[in-house]
Design a protein around this ligand. Structure first.
Ligand code: G3P
Ligand code: CA
Length: 318
């Protein structure tokens, strides 16, 4: 970590340069000087925490090719329906989607080529071992930023994802290191339950009600002064969507009141996600967004797909 001041959180690793949540992307983020590196976590059928953004495997792996008949009625392939041994057979690639004719396209066309490379899907424990090893060989202290994905959905499938994550953190020596780990979740009830189970700082992610996140949390209510006061009673910070911090007002780009509300309660603000190839409307380059977030809004950290450019911005500030 770089010391006091805002932190660089490598979002799914250096995912602007290598496929998200591969160990290669994590090693690159480490080398780029990220303070924290993010792990989105879901469970396999045998209850192993793996690092994957979606509860589905089809947007970032070749599961359809290897296990053709194993989708559910909705046509999706769920990580929870596959053992770790099966998931180890998959090849991971850049995030993609299919058009109406079934043709596959890269979600971010200028990033790592879709059909190229030999990447696999890591467990949470394997990724932690990699980062701990790099910390040792490079003499650094990089933090983990673990997101518990879809806890209510996992519970409905008979799985306790929060406990599985805590067990891995405990086993790898990170369970009692609040300076080195953040736990994040969109579900407020999960965080409230975690408060008495772990000394690790908790970050309440704030989405948009229109997204239909797992659990049906009311994020509009959460962003009111009363809502932020309630979050401050169980979490050490919030992870809002960037347009909730900086948006287009009547006279151009404006900082919203959200960061000020959080500061009133002395909780952290870590917005997501800076993508230089998908900037918010009205923003012309990444440093304009960095300036608005760090220097005008006063956020405490930023999830970024491009940890090198966010690192460079923070290191060059007076
Ligand atoms: O966890 C911060 C950010 O990653 C939340 O959005 O969907 O990318 O996990 P998502
Ligand atoms: Ca995340």
């Amino acid at each position: 970590m770089s010391g006091a001041g805002p932190i660089v959180i490598a979002h799914r690793g250096a995912s602007g340069y290598l496929p998200e949540h591969t160990l290669e992307a994590k090693a690159m983020a480490h080398a780029m000087g990220a303070d924290f590196i993010e792990q989105d976590v879901v469970l396999t059928r045998d209850g192993i925490p793996i690092v994957l953004h979606d509860i589905h495997l089809d947007s970032t792996t070749d599961v359809e090719h290897r296990f053709g008949g194993r989708c559910r009625e909705d046509g999706r392939f769920y990580a929870l329906d596959f053992t770790l041994a099966e998931i180890r057979q998959l090849r991971l690639h850049e995030r993609s989607y299919k058009d109406e004719r079934g043709r596959e396209h890269a979600y971010f066309p200028t990033r790592f080529p879709l059909g190229q490379g030999e990447f696999s899907l890591p467990t949470l424990e394997e990724e932690i071992q990699l980062l701990a090893g790099l910390d040792r060989s490079r003499g650094t202290r990089t933090g983990l930023y673990v997101e518990i994905k879809a806890p209510r959905w996992h519970a409905a499938q008979g799985m306790d994802i929060a406990t599985a994550v805590l067990e891995v953190l405990q086993r790898t020596g990170y369970g009692d290191r609040p300076e080195r780990v953040f736990l994040q979740c969109f579900d407020d009830q999960t965080l409230i339950a975690l408060k008495s189970r772990t000394p690790l700082p908790l970050i309440q992610l704030i989405g948009d009600n229109a997204w239909g996140e797992d659990g049906g949390v009311d994020y509009d209510a959460m962003r009111t002064p009363e809502g932020i006061a309630r979050v401050a009673s169980y979490a050490q910070g919030i992870g809002p969507w960037i347009p909730q911090v900086v948006h287009q007002g009547q006279s151009g780009l404006e900082v919203t009141d959200l960061t000020r509300q959080a500061k009133r309660h002395q909780i952290l603000v870590h917005p997501y996600t800076l993508r230089k190839d998908q900037l918010p409307e009205g923003i012309e380059d990444p440093d304009q967004l960095h300036q608005l977030l760090f220097d005008q809004a006063g956020v405490d950290g930023l999830f970024t797909d491009f940890p090198d450019i966010t690192r460079r911005y923070l290191d060059s500030r007076p």
